[in-house]
Design a protein around this ligand. Structure first.
Ligand code: HEM
Ligand code: SF4
Ligand code: SF4
Length: 529
């Protein structure tokens, strides 16, 4: 699978890097593909309602009504028509890029199967919307689509009389068949919205709105495109003649030429194999399934932070079962947990400031526990020399196995930047394990686990619990949010940060602090740890 993923990843990274230049990390459209898909949907829906007011649903008058909108009322209905078409194309473009990106970044396996599999009906419905839309104009392109589609469907042994017979001559054309297309063109988008909503069931706080500046800019770009290159119809349909050469909209109709080269049966077989491959992809090898987070009730005070921060809604708060004085306890649903560790970073019990060797916390990961993390940080500090010793704590995507380090720098890998509990930064500096700490993770708006870098920023900036203590000197802390294409610059950026440490006054170091009790009281947070 890696062989297929790698080139797609490489291509997307390259485009992302180029787009970072004019858009910056936060507005880069590649980081908002799902949200842009939704944005396109709303443009299509709003313009569609306007067009419907002027559209004549009679089969003979449909073409004239579209011509009226395009030419006589070009300034409004014409622009709406073009917006309707270009935003529909945009939806396909953003959907395909979104699909490729989730696939290339391996975000479709394990518990993410649900979003992936529900993407398949989204594709099918989007194509039904587009194809029936072109049909309604009833020009030569519509005629071409009508004939090819019905011939293709007639291959299936489900229709009593061939439906292609409707399009042999104008007299045979049935108004009811046209009404069915209109019904489909209204019902399919509504169903599409429902499936898009289901698509996000397992994603908490889904990003369905692109940043405002990006949305406004994109909308204006579509208006300019609509004025410069308005959407036009072909000549009116004439069933007495075979539809001549038509300009296809390759976003929606790109597969129609296949029907000229292959038999209907072969195209059905290709569609079936393609759909099955797509749907079964999450279960194809290599299977990777990391163990889910585990709650340790002895260290859980029911504060809900893990439930608030989990990007996949895998933690719920439920009535206490162990007789402790707290009302609630955290419960992990293993079928929803992607093992990102963000909940470990959120838990106020996740502190390394304990004397006990086997430290524990309220919620932990079996394969990379808080105790493992403290041990890794301790080991990373051993052997560092100089007055600019740096420990880099980075997510596995950003460090990507590059953890060699040197005499003054060492690296610790966490599953996600959001897995790092803020007291660990304090711990490194307070215990003189290093002179500076770098927290490294995915680019802004592009965390592999959706919110890891956002929550980390907020915890450091003290706008989200658990906050980083005020006493931590911020000049000794660097945050590096790197796009995938920029990972190579990590070493250089760490060195630049280390240089800044050399001019800082030495830190006064304290001795060991008193160990915290195993269960924090409700009012406590890491500030008191
Ligand atoms: C126009 C159609 C689509 C729209 C508007 C859309 C929208 C979205 C949105 C808004 C998210 C949440 C992103 C976030 O907040 O992090 C998402 C997640 C996801 N989508 Fe789509 N999607 C579409 C089609 C598809 C298709 C066709 C597939 C694949 C077959 C797909 C696969 C996924 C997966 C796997 C996730 C979960 C990513 C994760 O867990 O990190 N989507 N989608
Ligand atoms: S490891 Fe990640 S997905 Fe699992 S419960 Fe914790 S925050 Fe949620
Ligand atoms: S104490 Fe930790 S495990 Fe318990 S609810 Fe709070 S964050 Fe979750």
């Amino acid at each position: 699978m890696k062989l297929v993923q790698r080139p797609i990843c490489w291509g997307l990274d390259l485009v992302e890097r180029v787009l970072d230049w004019p858009f910056g990390q936060v507005w880069n459209p590649l980081r908002h593909l799902g949200a842009l898909g939704f944005f396109m949907y709303w443009i299509v829906a709003a313009t569609g309602i306007y067009l419907y007011i002027f559209f004549d649903t009679g089969i003979t008058a449909a073409y004239q009504s579209v011509e009226y909108m395009t030419h006589d009322q070009w300034y409004l209905a014409g622009v709406m028509r073009s917006l309707h078409r270009y935003a529909s194309d945009g939806m396909v473009l953003f959907m395909v890029l979104h699909l490729l990106r989730e696939f290339a970044r391996d975000r479709y396996r394990g518990v993410r199967w649900f979003s992936w599999v529900t993407g398949a009906p989204v594709i099918a419905l989007l194509f039904v919307c587009g194809i029936t839309g072109y049909w309604l104009v009833w020009d030569q392109l519509a005629q071409f689509i009508a004939v090819r589609t019905t011939e293709w469907f007639d291959w299936l042994p489900i229709f009593g009389t061939p439906i292609a017979a409707n399009f042999l001559t104008s007299d045979m054309l049935d108004d009811r068949f046209f009404s069915l297309m209109i019904f489909l063109h209204i019902a399919a988008p509504l169903l599409l919205l429902l499936v898009m909503w289901i698509h996000l069931w397992r994603v908490s706080r889904p990003k369905i709105h692109p940043p405002r500046g990006l949305a406004v800019g994109m909308f204006l770009a579509f208006i300019v495109l609509s004025l410069v290159k308005p959407a036009l119809s072909h000549a009116p349909a004439d069933l007495g003649k075979v539809a001549g050469i038509v300009n296809l909209d390759w976003f929606y109709l790109g597969f129609y030429p296949l029907l000229d080269y292959w038999s209907s049966g072969t195209v059905w077989a290709a569609a079936l194999i393609g759909t099955l491959t797509l749907v079964l992809l999450p279960w194809m090898p290599p299977m990777r399934r990391a163990p889910a987070a585990v709650v340790h009730l002895d260290h859980c005070n029911g504060c809900s932070r893990c439930a608030d921060d989990c990007p996949y809604g895998a933690v719920t708060m439920q009535p206490r079962t162990d007789g402790a004085k707290f009302d609630l306890e955290a419960v992990v649903n293993p079928t929803l947990c992607v093992s990102c560790g963000i909940c470990v970073g959120a838990c106020p019990s996740s502190t390394p400031f304990r004397r006990r060797r086997d430290i524990a916390t309220g919620i932990d990961l079996p394969h990379l526990s808080l105790a493992d993390l403290r041990e890794a940080v301790g080991k990373a500090s051993v052997g560092l020399v100089g007055d600019a010793r740096v420990i880099v704590i980075g997510c596995e995507n950003t460090l990507n196995g590059n953890t060699a380090g040197d005499v003054s720098t060492s690296y610790v890998t966490v599953l996600c930047a959001g897995m790092l509990p803020p007291p660990f930064i304090d711990y490194v500096l307070n215990r003189d394990l290093a002179d500076g700490v770098v927290v490294a993770g995915c680019a802004r708006e592009d965390c592999n686990n959706r919110f890891g870098n956002t929550w980390t920023e907020a915890r450091i900036d003290r706008t989200r619990d658990p906050t980083l203590r005020r006493r931590v000197p911020r000049e000794r802390l660097a945050r590096l949010w790197l796009a995938r294409g920029d990972r190579g610059s990590l070493g250089r950026r760490v060195s630049a940060f280390a240089e800044t440490l050399k001019s800082l006054p030495k830190l006064p170091h304290k001795g060991d602090e008193a160990p915290v009790p195993p269960v924090l009281r409700k009012s406590e947070n890491t500030e008191n740890a």
